[in-house]
Design a protein around this ligand. Sequence first.
Ligand code: ADP
Length: 447
Amino acid sequence: MISKVLIANRGEIALRILRACKELGIATVAVHSTADADAMHVRLADESVCIGPPPSKDSYLNIHQIVAACEITGADAVHPGYGFLSENAKFADILEAHGITFIGPTAEHIRLMGDKITAKQTAEELGIPVVPGSEGEVTEENALKIAREIGFPVLIKATAGGGGRGMKVAKTEADLMEAFNTARTEAASAFGNPAVYMEKYLGKPRHIEVQVVGDGMGDAIHLGERDCSLQRRHQKVWEEANSPALNVEQRMKIGQICADAMKKMKYRGAGTIEFLYENGEFYFIEMNTRLQVEHPITEAITGIDLVHEQIRVASGGGLSVKQDEIVFNGHAIECRINAEDPRTFVPSPGTITHFHAPGGLGVRVDSGAYQGYKIPPYYDSLIGKLIVHGRTRVECMMRLRRVLDEFVIDGIKTTLPLFQDLIGNQDIANGDYDIHWLEEYLAQTSE
Ligand code: ADP
């Protein structure tokens, strides 16, 4: 059994994990950098440990300090949240060597899915449909041959990729070598590994991802899908569950394929299998072996607390539900509230002078922000998430419109006005958008 969890993260996700622990009667330890001494997760945790100066590499990514904090406080488990060390296999290994439970998958599975080429090969072996592309790494010698076999346009992607970096499209043969070289250079500087692979470039896909949870012993469930097509620079902005593009049969079919794959792998913990979806076909792009930012919309429509499930599974207690007990109820939308200019997306750190979160039926705000809180400039600009649930998509959108008008965050710029624009748009109302829609909309409306 787990009795004390150290939360190796900050911001809204640290608070989210803390809430789940409190509900389960588990003691909590917050860790923080000197810049986060006043953060809400630090105030609410049972104990807290300062692990270093503001830069992430010296604090939230400092494995040494985090393990020391576990030893000092007697924490017997670590929840890594998302980002930071959540997909760091070495961290999982080190914790295990210290007899501390990592609330997540095995280090072996993190490694397997962390490398995009082995992830794709594994997905294919497990019966998951993948994007047509190169078998492995693409080199200067074989690039043209492979691109011709796949057919232009092609996408060159970093093997160690993340956050859309090291990704370049080649529309024709003439563009190929330049795209190849730029992708390699970007990959080398962003990930310290220049290796790239190649995929068919899909023109107008949606981004649809399936939530899975495995017990590590051969049982696994899926919790339906999320549509995260509304993106800017490959960063998700607005997410929906269910996808406006799928019907029940499609949902259950792709969900079952993913759950079966996780059973075969004996996957442990929460994970997300990401697809591009075009013309009725799913194409696997990657698997994230952690909790995602947008997990609350899945919780809204299933009523299942994913962090509770993660903790149960990590304690060896199995899943709390069976697949046929899961009921998908209504529709949920999440808006990511970033401390950014809503048009240019330039970060806007500073002090929140007034903060009023909306309420009412079907409304959830996950945020560590409060009046007087000073947003430090060192980290991700996500300061909160607004999650709205309704019995139907129409009801959910009506509620979201009301809730956006009620939300007040003064003193800094936020992305709230962007959502107020989007809620009035006809394509959004119709659920008719793909992964390029938002960039095109922003370009058109800024003229
Ligand atoms: P990362 O790990 O860098 O986020 P992903 O493989 O998850 O990379 O892809 C990120 C985004 O890039 C996708 O959501 C999609 O918008 C775009 N993308 C990825 N692969 C393709 C593809 N084959 N064709 C078109 N767009 C793609």
